[in-house]
Design a protein around this ligand. Structure first.
Ligand SMILES: Nc1nc2c(ncn2[C@@H]2O[C@H](COP(=O)(O)OP(=O)(O)OP(=O)(O)O)[C@@H](O)[C@H]2O)c(=O)[nH]1
Ligand SMILES: [Mg+2]
Length: 344
């Protein structure tokens, strides 16, 4: 069966509304990929159709070295028990991608050490062959990758990872062609896409699904808005009393300071609006100006007992807090949030 070279869907001529539709089986690119590539228009949203179990089942049956691509801002969510179990005993290369979105003053050595420890701690039982850092503007990455695999004597590499990590972007870079379709919509790739270069085979695969990533439930416009597009410039605020910060119509964060040295820094896309108000005015502000937040009652509370910490909000970014004793977060969907040591 012929597959779309852009997304890996099996091509079909029967149903225009379904994935893989082409007018003629002589075409290489399905209609969805054609429209997305040429007009940036997503005609079929696959977030709810690509079932995680099905993707894992396909991946577990593929021989070869697993190349796990991870969005550098989402690393804490990517290395979970499911991945550990699915690839136990397998060989793996980990690529931390999107290095370019880190703030320009990030201590990369420290960040890399933190990530390396995270991999070692979380993926026990998997044979980690290499850990690489990458970003799409890095012209040296292809050489680095080929130098790395030359020493391994392996011939088959399967690119896996959660949606939007940049698997297809890296795959294209390695095969030197704009073949696989890439976009900031989750679940762009829907099937396996295999390319052989000399005696090496690269396989791109559909993204694994994070249902607790903010991108999973957002509409198209908000997905565009939330995606971090370039180097983050943190927005920093000092606070002397209880304050609330409302990020677009997505989340509202209320903070209770411990003392007069309290501060908060947001590492999110620059285009997102942050509105600040006194905590006591938050409910009225939301009721009058933020319809989506007003319609939800999902709230998480954190009591903080360290001087400095970072909260990672899956798919949105990082909130770094100092001398804060309580955090309350109201959000439009049940997004996974975890606390980590300060890396920024
Ligand atoms: N800033 C930045 N953006 C990147 C980088 N790599 C990929 N992207 C962007 O991230 C988005 C997702 O990239 P894809 O390559 O489609 O990601 P994927 O992992 O194949 O996604 P799925 O097919 O949905 O699983 C696109 O908008 C890319 O342009 C990078 O290194 N830096
Ligand atoms: Mg892809």
């Amino acid at each position: 069966m012929k597959k779309c070279v852009g997304c890996g869907a099996t091509l079909q001529t029967e149903d225009k509304t379904k994935i893989g539709y082409v007018r003629s089986l002589e075409m290489d690119l399905c209609e969805r990929c054609f429209r997305l590539k040429n007009y940036g228009d997503l005609t079929i949203d696959m977030r709810n159709d690509l079932k995680e179990d099905d993707v894992f089942a396909i991946l577990e049956n593929e021989d070869g070295v697993i190349v796990m691509v991870v969005d550098i801002l989402n690393a804490e969510f990517a290395f979970n028990e499911r991945i550990k179990k699915a690839f136990k005993g397998r060989k793996m290369i980990v690529i931390f991608n999107k290095l370019d979105i880190l703030p320009s003053n990030t201590n990369i050595d420290r960040y890399e050490k933190y990530l390396t420890n995270l991999v070692k701690e979380r993926l026990k039982g998997i044979d980690i062959l290499a850990i690489l850092l990458a970003h799409k503007f890095d012209n040296g990455f292809k050489d680095l990758f080929f130098d790395t695999i030359r020493e391994l004597n392996e011939k088959r590499f399967i690119f896996i990872g959660y949606f939007n990590a940049g698997k297809s972007t890296i795959f294209n870079r390695l095969i030197d062609k704009d073949l696989a379709l890439t976009s900031y919509y989750p679940s762009t790739t829907v099937g396996l896409n295999e390319v052989k270069i000399d005696d090496i085979t690269f396989i791109d695969s559909p993204g694994l699904i994070y249902e607790d990533n903010i991108l999973f439930t957002l509409d198209k416009e908000d997905i565009k808005k939330v995606t971090v597009k370039k180097a983050i410039k943190p927005k920093v605020y000092q606070l002397y009393s209880e304050q609330a910060y409302i990020i677009d119509d997505l989340i509202a964060i209320s903070l209770t300071p411990k003392d007069n040295k309290a501060s908060v820094a947001f590492y999110i896309d620059q285009g997102l609006d942050i509105h600040r108000t006194k905590k006591e005015n938050l409910d009225v502000f939301i009721r009058e100006h933020r319809p989506k937040l007003n319609a939800t009652d999902i709230v998480k509370h954190y009591t903080i007992d360290v001087a400095k910490t970072e909260l990672i909000i899956n798919g949105l970014g990082v909130i770094s807090i100092k001398n804060i004793k309580e955090v309350r977060i109201k959000m439009i969907s049940d997004i996974n949030i975890i606390e980590r040591e300060c890396v920024f």
